[in-house]
Unconditional design. Structure first.
Length: 118
């Protein structure tokens, strides 16, 4: 089950020196048998989308929870990118070309669990 916490902190603007409030949203997800997953976002919508994605994709949750499934361990980066692109519903039009370069240079690698999602 995911929870989203609104976090407010005061930061000094380096240009003006004035103190401003910065709001972030922290997602905290606990799934049975996995380590807790946390991630912070600048927008609430991004936090909600991330929570829905992780709760709906058990393999992604396992990968982020530190217990990658056998399928994830056996996949190459190219296969992981293809799977991600099939599920991607964002607006970034350049994502395909960016990921294409990764596939071209590193696509055949399968470092068995050493890929990190930040």
């Amino acid at each position: 089950m995911a929870s989203i916490q609104k976090q407010t902190r005061r930061v000094r603007d380096p240009g003006t020196g004035k103190i401003k409030e910065k709001i972030t949203y922290r997602v905290f997800i606990r799934l049975r048998g996995l380590s807790p997953i946390t991630k912070t976002f600048s927008k609430k919508k991004l936090a909600e989308d991330f929570a829905k994605w992780i709760e709906g994709d058990q393999e992604a949750a396992e990968a982020l929870g530190g217990k990658a499934s056998a399928l994830m361990r056996s996949m190459s980066l190219s296969e992981l990118i293809d799977q991600y692109v099939r599920q991607y519903s964002g607006k970034d039009q350049s994502l395909g070309s960016k990921l294409g370069r990764w596939k071209e240079h590193y696509g055949q690698r399968s470092d068995h669990g050493h890929w990190t999602i930040n």
